[in-house]
Design a protein around this ligand. Sequence first.
Ligand code: F6R
Length: 244
Amino acid sequence: MNLFILNEKEINEKIAREILDLVKDKPSCVLGLATGSSPLGVYEELAILSKKENISFKDVTTFNLDEYVGLNPSHNQSYRYFMNDKLFSHIDIPIQNTNVPDGINYQDSMDYYDQKIALKGGIDIQLLGIGSNGHIAFNEPGTSCDSFTHVVDLKESTIKDNARFFDSINDVPRKAITMGLASIMQAKKIILIAKGKNKALAIRRLFTEGIDISLPASILKKHDNVDIYCDEEAASLLKGDRAC
Ligand code: F6R
């Protein structure tokens, strides 16, 4: 795993540049996308730069990691809504090229999401955030390394972390559909973004401990093409003692 400790602006610019270079080199590339606060700046940068540099996303296909079970795509906290609002409506990607697991008819996504990714040739770059408990996508501590797209019960810590986006903690869905750890590991390249102090412990564990299902992100150590971007706060507990 390669570690980059940069400020927020540098993180956004560097990752957006890498994605745009991929789109230029391979216009029909496949992007794996995340929601949440971590990739927001990257999406803003992608929207600005793709217009400025006239880079088209018309042949790109995207697959999002996850969706809340029970939220309609039109719900303003659904991940489909988030992606349309924060990225898809700002670039020229045809909406039919964008895939988000279905939080209502989730059986279909459970059965076919990984197949759909494979049929497109697999994910070229997978963007990830990390939960304060070390989850990636909604693969909570204890998730099997062999998991593909599946429905999960969200842990209390995740519900608390995500309550900031809802009117009340009681409105946060208790279940989600998520790509599994095995689904994520099939991506050709993985870029994980960690910003803020509440990620510091998970990042410390990621770089100082071995692979353990209590920290789902630790499976990334088995992948040979992973870049981890941290801001100073997320890297604050590393103290230079890294074991990648
Ligand atoms: C979102 C996702 C989650 C988030 C993680 C961090 O699609 O898969 O794993 O990446 O919960 O969330 P933020 O970025 O809001 O801190």
